[in-house]
Ligand binder design. Structure first.
Ligand code: GAZ
Length: 263
């Protein structure tokens, strides 16, 4: 069988979902990953294939047909590599899993809005929104999986969807001093998050990488855009993130230069 290709931004949470699913299946080598540098103009050949749509990841089948949207690609990979099955087989359990997955969009948006906020007066309100989403996840897990760690017996579909977001939200700890409160109302979701973060199939990125690469988001500039006064994006591949200093935490008071960021 010819290989499919996933065009992706390596640090993007949506593409990490696919990498986690393939890792769980032991099938990472079965798909070719083609890296896209979002700090550069998009390859015209890829843009032609996607008919101008720039959002990634996109899976390109051997016959040239495209599939986009990470959750759709996730299901496609589950269907073409059926063993081991990661999605729940029992219809009710699958529905529970899907209900949890339906919470991912608003959760992701809340975290990204918070990290990109530049107005100190909005911080408390955005923190409350974030806590509301964690409380909702906690309540869901209390209802459907009060005793365990994961939603079901092992790290599965819902975990593959949420873990990349939990990892990106390391940027909230660093740039917003946002931590899950050590309170009973968050204990269940905290246990879930911590077990997700530690799982061996989900180690494609590190906290240091996320904190350094997402500096520009913390300054309000997303998707490879440049904050004022800067000429190099924090998402550039060179110099490699591991060779750069940790950025300043205080995003409201400080605007680091390219040089201060090691760019
Ligand atoms: N729903 C799609 C999926 O595949 O699940 C989302 C794909 C997507 O947004 N990809 C982004 C992309 O390719 C990278 S990840 N951008 C390049 C381009 O040219 O479009 C998330 C946010 C947000 C800002 C950024 C992101 C993010 O809110 O992670 O909220 C969830 C982008 C301001």
């Amino acid at each position: 069988m010819s290989q499919s290709t996933i065009h992706h931004i390596p640090v993007c949470p949506f593409s990490q979902r696919l990498e986690i699913l393939l890792a769980l299946k032991g099938q990472h080598g079965a798909v070719r990953f083609s890296v896209v540098d979002i700090t550069k103009p998009r390859d015209p050949a890829l843009l032609a294939k996607t008919r101008g749509v720039t959002a990634l990841p996109v899976l390109e089948r051997p016959d040239g047909r495209l599939i986009r949207e990470s959750l759709v690609i996730l299901q496609y990979l589950e269907d073409i590599f059926p063993e081991p099955r990661i999605a729940q087989r029992d219809p009710y359990r699958r529905a529970v899993e899907n209900m949890l997955v339906r919470l991912e969009g608003d959760f992701a948006t809340a975290g990204y809005v918070m990290v990109m906020n530049q107005d100190p007066a909005r911080r408390d309100a955005l923190r409350e929104v974030m806590l509301k989403h964690y409380a909702r996840l906690d309540a869901f897990l209390q209802e459907h999986a009060p005793a365990g760690t994961f939603l079901f017996e092992t790290f599965g579909w819902a975990e593959a969807v949420f873990t990349p977001l939990f990892m990106r939200f390391w940027f909230l700890e660093y740039y917003e001093a946002f931590h899950l409160p050590d309170e009973p109302g968050f204990a269940r979701v905290r246990g879930w998050r911590d077990a997700c973060l530690a799982h061996p199939a989900a180690q494609q990125v590190t906290r240091e990488e996320i904190v350094k690469l997402y500096y520009d988001y913390a300054k309000g500039a997303g998707n490879g855009a440049l904050p004022p006064g800067r000429s190099r994006s924090s998402f550039v591949f060179e110099p490699h993130w591991s060779a750069r200093p940790w950025p300043p935490r205080d995003k409201y008071a400080t605007s680091a230069t390219d040089a201060e960021l090691g760019l």
